[in-house]
Design a protein around this ligand. Structure first.
Ligand SMILES: Nc1ncnc2c1ncn2[C@@H]1O[C@H](COP(=O)(O)OP(=O)(O)OP(=O)(O)O)[C@@H](O)[C@H]1O
Length: 263
């Protein structure tokens, strides 16, 4: 197994280098170069089918579960291509966690949702402390502290999503990938998640796929705009500071998309 320790001067948290992604013979994404800035929130936006989720999942090898999927190019994490044969994907998914569109807590207690993954990953510390600390980080502690043995499925959708974020945090990742994490939530729960993302980004890197352009504009530091080419392959058109992308895009395709003329 490869040990990944942060090199002190690394200017990216993870980097896609000339990444093309295939499902069988279909090239879903082509030639993506993307350097994700550490401890910031990066939003990936673009029209349906342009490969946002595919790229996001490539960042922690979640696509390994799709038998026809394969990549060209590399994804560098601590200077190492995570697709190299000596890299353990389980270790990658511990360091690069994921939160999905629909909250998916385990059908267990709130407490067990937090400690389960941590125990599998060799956690030997005090479980009560881990649960409290993690739920505080996920801005959920005050709402659930008296009901830790209650089923996670009895929580509201927004609370379940914050629990899923807590569950991801419990194994101390460096990066959290979020695939449309608020699409099943109401506006108040959505804002709570965005506040939480802002707080978490002081210490970890967040990459979020969102269809909601206001959310990208409001909640991210960097934005990557993807679109689809004539061959239906997704490509990255533009990447930069969110404010620049939304106020002064360099590419006409970005401008058309963010002003609602396309997509
Ligand atoms: N498991 C799969 N097998 C085959 N093709 C797939 C698979 N998953 C995605 N695709 C195809 O890859 C392309 C990119 O899909 P992807 O879901 O990454 O796009 P997206 O931008 O996230 O779309 P959306 O915004 O609609 O979620 C699409 O053409 C899609 O049909």
């Amino acid at each position: 197994m490869v040990t990944m320790s942060m090199s002190p001067n690394q200017d990216y948290a993870i980097e896609a280098r000339d990444l093309s992604f295939y499902y069988g013979s279909f090239r879903a994404v082509k030639n993506v170069h993307l350097k994700v800035v550490p401890r910031q929130i990066t939003a990936i936006i673009g029209p349906s089918g342009c490969g946002k989720s595919t790229v996001l999942r490539a960042f922690n090898r979640m696509n390994d579960f799709v038998p026809t999927a394969h990549i060209d190019g590399s994804i560098l994490f601590h200077g190492k291509n995570i697709y190299d044969p000596d890299v353990d994907p389980v270790q990658i998914r511990r360091l690069i966690g994921m939160v999905f569109q629909k909250p998916n807590p385990f059908p267990k207690s709130i407490y067990d949702n937090i400690v389960w993954g941590a125990k599998i990953n060799g956690f030997r510390g005090n479980q009560d402390d881990l649960v409290e600390e993690t739920l505080r980080k996920a801005a959920l502690w005050d709402e659930v502290k008296d009901n830790l043995k209650k089923s996670a499925l009895a929580l509201s959708g927004g609370q379940q999503q914050r629990l899923c974020i807590a569950r991801a945090l419990a194994v101390q990742p460096e990066i959290i990938l979020m695939d449309e994490p608020c699409s099943a939530l109401d506006p108040i729960a959505t804002l709570k998640i965005e506040d939480l993302m802002r707080e978490l980004s002081k210490t970890i890197t967040i990459i979020i796929v969102t269809h909601n352009m206001q959310q990208a504009a409001r909640a991210s530091d960097q934005t990557a705009f993807f679109t689809m080419d004539e061959d239906r392959a997704g490509l990255m058109v533009e990447f930069g500071a969110t404010q620049q992308i939304f106020t002064n895009p360099k590419d006409k395709r970005t401008e058309d998309y963010i002003t609602g003329r396309f997509g």
